[in-house]
Write a protein that binds this ligand. Structure first.
Ligand SMILES: *Cc1c(COP(=O)(O)O)cnc(C)c1O
Length: 360
């Protein structure tokens, strides 16, 4: 067995090897403190610097203006499903949601549990969430329009964002944040669980525009208000310090790779290679509609479930892991996050060719 496999896990998922090594290097003695970063105070000057760098790097990588706050929260993207409606939908207001799969469905459910008024402006449930809708029924003046930019499970992704006519977009970008360049201006809220493109599970990156951060009602418990994280620079309580430290190293890694635009170019090439391999064969079949395909999670099927099981087993034997589709949909899924190199995709494509020759 090789020390490292080609890791196509959907999340937690591959992290850059350089970053893992850097974290290992510093693990026992962080910057001559004689302590691990796991052991230092979140109010120390060392951690202050980590936090300041992480925030500055997110702003610079994503081209965020000073209108945006970058905070680090806990509870995963799943907790943002209630944070957003709780903080941002005011008395008498409605929020619009576009339902493109499991995660959007869960986000809608949480808003409804809170008794908020929700308008589903579009849904692709009619075709089993295999596409991104292009027509929307927005309400007159929504508090926000919620989208899931990339559907990790179904393998679909917005190729362009809906025109919400000035209403702020609230986006769950858990599985494609920092994978491509986009204009942040229409967005009021962006959140992402870290464990796909950013770092370890346990921290959630939240980007919130100042006008939305001001909406948090004073009646909410302190830890449930976005305004607390903004006012206290994510340090009202002890934050997931190690996860933030690690995320900062990943942000630095993206910077040294040439920034998001450079990473996007590589991501485009990786996705092109894999979709081409699928499209050129009569053996593999992509499950997402072509105009909605994800560059992060490539979902496909083989002619039978037996062959799919055999594919996963044989691929594992060749040092390729994490290819099993989500338990709710079956089939295969290759997740091609930033830290998955083109070498991994080339190895997968070559294995697919061989597998088809043997079984096709
Ligand atoms: C993984 C994922 C989630 C769930 O994230 P948690 O951090 O586990 O709560 C939500 N939305 C999307 C798009 C995801 O990919």
């Amino acid at each position: 067995m090789k020390e490292r496999v080609f890791n196509f896990n959907p999340g937690p998922s591959a992290l850059p090897l350089e970053v893992l090594k850097e974290a290992r290097e510093e693990l026992l003695n962080y910057r001559s403190t004689g302590m691990s970063v796991l052991e230092i105070s979140h109010r120390s000057k060392e951690f202050d610097e980590i936090m300041a760098q992480a925030v500055a790097r997110v702003k610079s990588l994503m081209g965020l203006t000073d209108d945006y706050h970058v905070v680090f929260m806990t509870g995963g993207a799943s907790s943002q499903f209630f944070y957003a409606p709780m903080n941002l939908i005011r008395e008498g207001e409605t929020a619009d949601y576009i339902n493109t799969g499991t995660w959007s469905t869960k986000a809608i459910a949480e808003a409804r549990i809170l008794g908020k008024s929700v308008n589903v402006a579009a849904s692709s449930e009619d075709e089993n969430f295999t596409y991104i809708p292009k027509e929307f029924n927005f309400s007159p003046n929504p508090a926000y329009v919620h989208i899931t930019s990339n559907n990790t499970i179904k393998g679909t992704q917005y190729h362009s964002f809906p025109d919400t006519r000035g209403a702020p977009i609230a986006a769950d970008m858990s599985s494609d944040i920092l994978s491509r360049v986009f204009d942040p201006a229409p967005f009021g809220l962006i959140y992402a669980g870290a464990q796909k493109n950013i770092g370890p599970a346990g921290v959630t990156l939240v980007i919130i525009r100042d006008d939305l951060a001001k909406r948090s009602p004073e009646t909410l418990p302190t830890m449930l208000r976005y305004s607390t994280y903004v006012a206290k620079n994510s340090l009202f309580n002890t934050p997931p310090a190690f996860a933030i430290y690690f995320a900062n190293l990943v942000f630095k890694w993206i910077e040294s790779a040439g920034g998001v635009a450079a990473v996007e170019k590589v991501n485009n090439e990786k996705a092109r290679l894999l979709y081409q391999a699928i499209d050129q064969s009569g053996f593999y079949r992509g499950t997402a509609r072509e105009d909605s395909r994800s560059k992060m999670n490539v979902t496909f099927r083989l002619p039978t479930e037996e062959l799919e099981a055999k594919f996963i087993e044989d691929a594992a034997g060749e040092g390729m892991g994490g290819l099993k589709g989500h338990r709710s949909v079956g089939g295969l899924r290759a997740s091609l996050y930033n830290a998955v190199g083109p070498d991994a995709v080339r190895a997968l494509v070559s294995f697919m060719g061989e597998f088809e020759r043997r079984h096709g």
